[in-house]
Design a protein around this ligand. Structure first.
Ligand SMILES: N[C@@H](CC=O)C(=O)O
Length: 356
């Protein structure tokens, strides 16, 4: 298979760094361009990142000699590439404009940002769950006036620790769910060195996170009708999102009600046996959801890196006093929840022929 030439925009941030590690020697994609904000433009990536690299693995050698481009120089960034991973930090209005401008250069944009997520013709994909939403792309292309270019987004990181469980048991009718997330500090793009107030501390607020957690699952479980992705109107989510002193791995405690209650054992079997049909993509985990019988799992330190950080781990599904059931879920926020989710989505887009 010919490798598709791609650019990484936002290459200096934590998600950008993860993308560059995941894309090293990727069988489908060849990184040919890095872009970031004006301040970084014109600099050699290896020099620029010598004191800014945040991951515990080394800067990939192949990235070091790139001269970083200005993300806002749309024509230059889009020239010669078919796909852009966009993880640049801008305000919402600027991001909508920038991602649409890239798409209008006939490039497929795989976005890590929230700016375009709730647009009715922008697919928000967890590949194992709602790949079908890519069918909306022709409608988006009409709006943008493009032949090939479009935007596809990945959802917010924290919802990925529980939405897959609901996908596995959705035949029983998810009614309402109350969720409390315990989110790692890398979700803010920072390390403990950069955020020492988080050592031994908890912050009970993450701007915008609860709103995203309550609405994004409704889009994932929505259907394409009348040319748009309609939000699911039978489910209702309430979320509290808390920052905790963990480096990586978002954990969620979830209580929920069902339309039809098949019993705990059936639910656990459904979760254990949930099969996705995209296991043949390079970054797809062989087992999408792993259910632990042990009462003290999942744990961020032990379980977040399962299957290259792409597996969702779940445990403690049990009866609840107020709701029907409760469980604990975990996902790696900068891998499955961010860079890994974006790469897997791009792999799906390539496999389905959107880059031909
Ligand atoms: N907003 C999240 C990051 C996920 O995309 C967080 O702050 O943890």
């Amino acid at each position: 298979m010919e490798r598709t030439k791609i650019a990484v925009v936002g290459a200096t941030g934590m998600v950008g760094q993860r993308l560059l590690v995941l894309l090293e020697n990727h069988p489908y994609f060849e990184v040919v361009k890095l872009a970031a904000s004006k301040n970084s433009a014109g600099k050699r990536y290896g020099d620029l990142m010598a004191n800014k690299w945040k991951l515990d693995m080394k800067i990939p050698e192949y990235t070091k000699d790139f001269i970083v481009e200005d993300a806002m120089d749309v024509k230059n960034v889009a020239n010669g590439v078919k796909l852009i991973f966009c993880a640049v930090n801008l305000d919402k209005k600027e991001l909508v404009a920038l991602e649409e401008a890239y798409a209008k250069e006939e490039v497929v944009v795989v976005s890590n940002n929230s700016a375009n997520r709730m647009k009715a013709d922008v697919p928000m994909i967890i590949p194992e769950i709602n790949a079908k939403h890519l069918d909306i792309v022709d409608i988006q292309r009409k709006r943008l006036g493009t032949k090939k270019g479009f935007i596809v987004v990945k959802p917010n990181c924290s919802i990925q620790s529980y939405v897959p469980v609901f996908a596995a048991i959705k035949e029983f009718g998810i009614k309402e769910a109350s969720i409390c997330t315990y989110q790692a500090i890398s979700g803010s793009g920072r390390t403990f060195e950069e955020w020492p107030e988080m050592i031994g501390n908890i912050i009970p607020y993450i701007g915008g996170e609860e709103e995203k957690s309550e609405i994004e699952p409704l889009k994932i479980f929505g259907n394409i009708e009348d040319g748009e992705i309609k939000l699911n109107d039978t489910m209702k989510f309430s979320a509290q999102c808390i920052r905790v002193p963990v480096l990586d791995g978002h954990l969620a405690c979830v209580s929920f009600n069902l339309e039809n209650n098949p019993g705990k054992e059936v639910l656990i079997e459904k979760i254990k046996n949930f099969k996705s049909d995209i296991t043949d993509l390079p970054l797809a985990p062989k087992e999408f959801i792993h259910y632990y019988e042990e009462n003290d799992r999942p744990q961020p330190l032990l379980d977040r890196d399962n299957e290259k950080g792409m597996q969702i781990t779940v445990g403690r599904l049990r009866e609840d006093n107020l709701f029907d059931y409760k469980f604990v879920g975990l996902s790696h926020n900068t891998l499955r929840g961010a860079a890994g989710g974006a790469v897997l989505t791009a792999e799906l887009v390539k496999k389905l022929g959107y880059l031909d």
